[in-house]
Design a protein around this ligand. Sequence first.
Ligand code: ACO
Length: 185
Amino acid sequence: MLLDETPLFEPALLHGLDWDNNNTVSFSPPISPSSPGEGLILRPLCTADFNRGFFRVLSQLTKADDVTPEQFIKKFDHMKKTGDYYVIVVEDGQLGQIVATATLITEHKFIHSCAKRGRVEEVVVTDACRGKQLGKLLVATLTLLGKKLDCYKITLECAPKNVAFYEKFEYSTSGETYMQCRFFD
Ligand SMILES: CC(=O)SCCNC(=O)CCNC(=O)[C@H](O)C(C)(C)COP(=O)(O)OP(=O)(O)OC[C@H]1O[C@@H](n2cnc3c(N)ncnc32)[C@H](O)[C@@H]1OP(=O)(O)O
């Protein structure tokens, strides 16, 4: 079993975002994907994050506590191979711990001239670090990334209490109803 630092996707994609000219959300104090705050690093997920508390952070959103390293590596390899998964993490470099994560998935379509649609999923900031703009940084970063990857739109599903948070990034409710058929928790 090999947990290593190989990134899920090319890190230059994050640092090549034209943050200064395209980011529409304000940050005070100013932070960015390249400078997310003192001691913090924003980067693509790697398998070594398994031992840096990646699942402890995900568990603050939903059930995510029973994955073995082998299962994690297998899923990671699948995601990397498809090239459609952009899982980003914020690491506290001093603690060597993941403190926040979010995912952008690109979905391929025949409609809209064979366009791609983006989905933002699993946005979580560990409870001790909430209120420090990290959630905002993650969503702003993935929204810009989706635009750079030529997604014609980005969608997400969230609890009613989080609607105001996503409205900051110009996400809006469209009048469509979210439906699901759930097979297990
Ligand atoms: C698509 C999905 O993944 S939906 C799932 C969302 N995740 C969760 O519910 C998991 C638990 N919650 C969290 O992890 C966090 O509270 C998050 C991700 C919702 C917000 O992250 P934080 O780092 O605490 O937010 P951050 O400090 O960046 O807040 C930014 C701004 O949003 C506001 N804000 C934060 N949370 C919320 C909220 N739930 N509703 C409305 N506004 C909010 C803040 O007041 C702040 O406003 P300002 O910029 O005007 O000062």
